[in-house]
Design a protein around this ligand. Structure first.
Ligand code: HEM
Length: 155
């Protein structure tokens, strides 16, 4: 059961974080090369909204399977301790994504409305930096999660 849950958990994480890597390293450079501001905004909102739907499903699956793994392994008490560093970082990252996906529409409306509309280049530069930070943090959490789990198994 634990092995099957871990498999589903990791597949959900791969699809979701793989999407973050794709948007950051492929979609954003394409947007930055576009001349027309309107074209940039439409392309960005189209891709990001489609990806957000897939990400939401994966976030739910990763959350449920992650919680079930903690339950079955009786490891809730290891959260926020060195022993549970992997799941703790996963939970924190997951919570951050839940907030981002819940308030995504509000953030986009704020970014692309009113006076901000005139400075799309600047907005996309900031969004690129934000996506790189999120992507690198996510990949670090994956690496730490795997390392912590395997070092624990070797003890
Ligand atoms: C509610 C959120 C989450 C919880 C409670 C959770 C919990 C867990 C647990 C208990 C395991 C089994 C391994 C262990 O006990 O250390 C695990 C495995 C794993 N999780 Fe999460 N997780 C969550 C979200 C995430 C996220 C956001 C990521 C990626 C960024 C992630 C990546 C992984 C990976 C790669 C493994 C496999 C580790 C291995 O078997 O070597 N998880 N998770």
């Amino acid at each position: 059961m634990i092995a099957a849950l871990t498999a589903v958990h990791v597949v959900a994480v791969v699809v979701w974080i793989g999407g973050v890597v794709f948007v950051t390293t492929v979609v954003f450079p394409m947007i930055m090369r576009m001349e027309d501001s309107m074209e940039k905004v439409i392309f960005f909102q189209g891709t990001e909204r489609r990806f957000a739907k897939i990400a939401k499903i994966c976030v739910v699956i990763a959350g449920i399977t992650g919680a079930l793994l903690l339950q079955l392994e009786h490891r809730w008490s290891s959260l926020f301790s060195l022993d549970g560093i992997g799941p703790t970082l996963m939970l924190l990252l997951w919570t951050m994504f839940v907030f981002m996906l819940l308030f995504e529409a509000e953030v986009f409306n704020f970014l692309f409305s009113g006076s901000a509309q005139h400075d799309t280049k600047k907005i996309f530069r900031k969004l690129t930096v934000a996506h790189w930070v999120i992507m690198l943090v996510s990949l670090t959490v994956i690496a730490v999660g795997i390392l912590a789990n395997h070092l624990k198994l070797m003890k």
